[in-house]
Design a protein around this ligand. Structure first.
Ligand SMILES: Cc1ncc(COP(=O)(O)O)c(C=O)c1O
Length: 357
């Protein structure tokens, strides 16, 4: 029996999508084979890939002067590919607002001079420092930030203003609400949260910026090679791309990002309101930086953590354990997690509180 899954990633995938994929598992549309068994160069697969790319473009309203790439290596490889491709000219500016920005900075520091414009590390990343306090470089090659820190559950909801090309890791927030793509030179995201299965990474890069990328790198590490080959420089993760296409079609069917964005805000508000009104649970993040996708919470009495998780699992609520580096709990409520799941979680938290409060 399927249960409510609050995993941070790989995360819940809409049941309708899984059922549809199940029905096509043995044979895709009278092709005599499964999608997994198709050549990525076949016209059948190219149609699947193009439709997915078009649906993603429609959902995010990606202007036509951007490339949409379907790559591998996760967001983690982008931590290195970004400075390799775009950082060879001087200093790169980075915002340090959580564990993922820290990893991005560590990787970039091996390749380029990094200027950390601000850091909230001394306050356990419970906020994103105000832009007015950032110490930017004069001529940064780019400014990088993580829009939503999945582990700490903080977010910068409005993209910063900058003269430097703006690059963001949107792994845990992409497709959760409308965004203005034109503000960015590059957006990247691992798929395994709001997009589809692990193994696929989406990069959206402005043509003008892509033209400045290094061509002095191994082919697999050059964004321009991937763009020139329509993301088929080598064999792409065909099944993940196909399944992600189904998620995009599902999202379009739900009314797109305006409509899912409203639902996501409502889900997050319900859970934050419940936590804020309770004496038993707390959320450590500054209000204006609270994530709408990953909501960490602490029990007043941490000795009850194991019992909370055990009882939650028995109640059909899975993967609520916080990341090992921060402890406590975390509910990841991506697009595929319906409001019923959040209601079920709140009911459970209320019952647990009455039992132990
Ligand atoms: C914001 C963010 N960036 C990067 C990563 C790393 O992604 P991957 O495991 O796909 O390399 C994650 C994974 O959870 C993430 O949440």
């Amino acid at each position: 029996m399927r249960k409510w899954n609050f995993s941070a990633g790989p995360a819940a995938i809409p049941e309708e999508v899984l059922k549809e994929a199940q029905s096509e598992m043995l044979e895709w549309q009278s092709s005599g084979m499964s999608v997994m068994e198709m050549s990525h160069r076949s016209s059948q697969y190219i149609d699947i890939a193009n439709k997915a790319s078009q649906d993603l473009t429609d959902l995010l309203k990606i202007p036509n002067n951007y490339q949409v790439l379907f790559l591998q290596g996760g967001a983690t490889l982008q931590f290195s590919m970004v400075p390799m491709n775009f950082g060879f000219k001087g200093v790169a500016d980075y915002v340090l607002s959580g564990s993922w920005s820290k990893k991005a900075i560590n990787e970039a520091s091996k390749i380029v001079d990094v200027n950390v414009v601000c850091s909230s590390e001394s306050s356990n990343f419970n906020n994103v420092p105000k832009e007015s306090s950032w110490k930017r470089s004069e001529n940064a090659a780019y400014l990088h930030y993580v829009a939503n820190e999945t582990i700490q559950g903080n977010a910068l909801h409005i993209p910063p203003t900058t003269n430097a090309p703006l690059i963001t890791d949107m792994s845990s927030v992409i497709l959760s609400e409308p965004i203005d793509i034109s503000k960015f030179s590059m957006i990247y995201a691992g798929a395994q949260k709001n997009i589809g299965p692990a193994g696929l990474t989406i990069c959206i890069i402005k043509n003008e910026f892509l033209k400045t990328a290094s061509i002095d790198l191994p082919g697999m590490l050059q964004y321009s090679k991937h763009a020139d080959a329509d993301s088929m420089f080598n064999t792409p993760p065909t099944f993940a791309w196909y399944l992600s296409g189904k998620v995009f079609a599902w999202l379009k069917g739900k009314g797109g990002l305006d409509s899912i964005g409203k639902i996501n805000r409502l889900k997050a508000k319900k859970l934050y309101d419940f936590i804020d009104n309770s004496e038993f649970y707390t959320n450590p993040i500054n209000r204006e930086n609270r994530s709408i996708m990953n909501i960490p919470f602490l029990l007043k009495n941490s000795e009850l953590n194991a019992e909370f998780l055990h009882d939650a699992e028995n109640a059909g609520l899975l993967n609520l354990k916080g990341h090992r580096s921060v402890g406590g709990m975390r509910a990841s409520i991506y697009n595929a997690t319906p409001i019923e799941a959040v209601d079920a979680l709140i009911n459970f938290m209320g019952d647990f509180q009455s039992k132990h409060g």
